[in-house]
Design a protein around this ligand. Structure first.
Ligand code: ZN
Length: 361
């Protein structure tokens, strides 16, 4: 059990979904408490049904959420608890700073159209979901000494939700929320340019809300280009297929664009074809700006160690590269400058690198 981790130093994680990180025990607990049937009776069984070991198609992957989202959504106590437990989980993984993302609408059962997961109408709005998650995260931050911020997700297939998402980012920007994301099925044709999303991202730019977009995971380089040029994204979620358009890739390298890479996820979702070189190997070679992330650890039955181990053992990643990519993750985080500097100093110290100020002549 107590194996030495592949990178035994503080880490920064920028791409992980709260609703892909619940504990099977907690899902089981609320399934029983709320009388919602689940396909298993033990945490271990449930983990194997929700989780995956081999690549699956995107629809099969997305179907897994149907099992357990109705158990947590629409329950105040459950929503707060999964946020709190998320922080505990990240503390165990040696994470110093994490940005966790979720769609407030997908956990609500009121003031959301359509009501997700076939739930009956209740009284928990997307606004209250954000409030509850914030409470859980802040209590977790205090108890587990991990710095946590959150990102609110728009969903590609629900552009009507996006204007409210950006308003919630504005409302809660000093209570953990640091950015906006666009998640969901990026193969929905033209979905980057749905007017709800475009308007939300414009509003985010206007108000200094930080922006990331899932793009180039299973979608083409064109989706990445739209994310950059039309949605003014500051980071790219996954972005593997960017390398298929050399001109775009070169432009993003010059801009020092940050790629939120999720290696184990990309294997299991089929976003990466294992018979080809993984884009992250190219990123490493080109000294690109990227991070390593878990994405949905519940479904991929993983921890951050899974991603570090995979890149270390299968792709030859070194301790030096792990330090470099974590420093880049901290620099590309959505923290305000002062807090970013604090985080960087913490990493420099742990990595045995003189702080930035001292390195200057
Ligand atoms: Zn993701």
């Amino acid at each position: 059990m107590t194996q030495t981790p592949s990178f035994d130093k503080p880490k920064v994680e920028l791409h992980v979904h709260l609703d892909g990180s619940f504990k099977p025990e907690t899902i089981l607990y609320y399934g029983r408490k709320r009388g919602i049937p689940l396909p298993a009776n033990t945490a271990e069984e449930l983990k194997n049904i929700i989780g995956m070991d081999k690549p699956l198609t995107l629809p099969c992957f997305l179907a897994k959420f149907n099992y357990y989202m109705p158990v947590i959504a629409g329950c105040r106590e459950a929503i707060k608890r999964v946020a709190y437990e998320f922080v505990e989980m990240k503390a165990k993984e040696g994470v110093a700073y994490v940005e966790v993302r979720y769609s407030p609408h997908l956990l609500a059962n009121d003031k959301v159209e359509p009501i997700p997961w076939n739930q009956a109408k209740g009284d928990i709005s997307p606004d209250e979901v954000v409030h509850l998650v914030n409470q859980g995260l802040q209590e977790g931050e205090r108890d587990f000494k991990v710095k946590v911020r959150s990102i609110l997700c728009c969903m590609r297939h629900e552009p009507n939700w996006s204007p409210e998402v950006v308003e919630l980012c504005k409302k809660y920007r000093h209570q953990t929320v640091v950015g906006i994301d666009l998640a969901g099925d990026e193969t929905i044709v033209g979905s980057s340019l749905f007017s709800g999303h475009l308007k939300a991202y414009e509003e985010a730019v206007k108000n200094g809300i930080h922006r990331t977009v899932h793009a180039g995971e299973v979608g083409s380089a064109e989706v990445v280009q739209e994310a950059v040029d039309r949605l003014h994204t500051e980071r790219v979620g996954h972005g593997y297929h960017t390398v298929e358009d050399e001109a775009l890739y070169k432009r993003l390298l010059e801009r020092n664009m940050h790629f939120e890479v999720c290696p184990w996820s990309s294997y299991l979702t089929g976003a990466w074809n294992p018979n080809t070189e993984h884009a992250v190997v190219r990123f490493k070679r080109d000294k690109a700006n990227y991070s390593l992330n878990t994405d949905d650890p519940l479904i991929f039955k993983s921890t951050l160690e899974t991603d570090y181990k995979m890149t270390k053992e299968k792709m030859g990643f070194t301790e030096e590269e792990f330090k470099r990519l974590n420093i880049n993750a901290a620099k590309s985080s959505f923290l305000p400058e002062g807090e970013k500097k604090e985080l960087l100093n913490l990493l420099y110290k742990a990595y045995g690198i003189p702080p930035a100020a001292e390195r200057q002549p």
